[in-house]
Design a protein around this ligand. Structure first.
Ligand code: CU1
Length: 159
């Protein structure tokens, strides 16, 4: 009886290790064995008032790690994901302009899912947030006139 216990424990350890490896391979997690997470990389589109992608999809409830790079050599940019469509985006943009420099972000975050700081040329920032309920969420740059100039996209949250 005593001789079999170590073997039994070893088998549990092997099965657990296998399960963790399988989980890490599918979820792309950081290796901590925690909840699944999704990584998004997005950048400004050269010197254009645009992002290098106009849409991305994330799973509801997951932890999202988003890195935004401002690759412009002259413009300031941020990324602000709003809780809704163009109507909400327009309101946030107006509030951002009223808030003024340096961040052009309203103090009231009620309409905002997540946002980076205003980034100078060549700067980047990584933010982490939890994906909200399924739906579509517009993201914009709140530097004055950039959203109006077309710097926007849509985050889709899938069920
Ligand atoms: Cu911008």
């Amino acid at each position: 009886m005593k001789m079999y216990k170590p073997l039994w424990m070893l088998m549990v350890a092997v099965v657990t290790a296998f399960a963790l490896a399988a989980c890490g391979g599918g979820g792309g997690g950081g290796g901590s064995g925690g909840a699944a997470s999704t990584t998004i990389e997005i950048a400004s589109d050269g010197e254009n008032l645009a992002y290098d992608k106009t849409a991305f999809t994330v799973p509801a409830g997951q932890t999202i790690t988003l890195t935004f790079r401002n690759v412009s050599t002259a413009q300031q940019h941020n990324i602000v994901i709003v809780k809704g469509g163009e109507d909400v985006a327009a309101r946030v943009d107006e509030e951002a302009i009223n808030a003024g420099p340096p961040d052009f972000l309203p103090a009231d975050r009620a309409d905002i899912v997540a946002a980076t700081k205003m980034l100078g040329p060549g700067a980047s920032e990584t933010i982490t947030f939890t994906a909200p309920e399924p739906g579509t969420y517009v993201f914009i740059c709140t530097y004055p006139a950039h959203y109006a100039g077309g710097m926007k996209g849509v985050m889709t949250v899938a069920p």
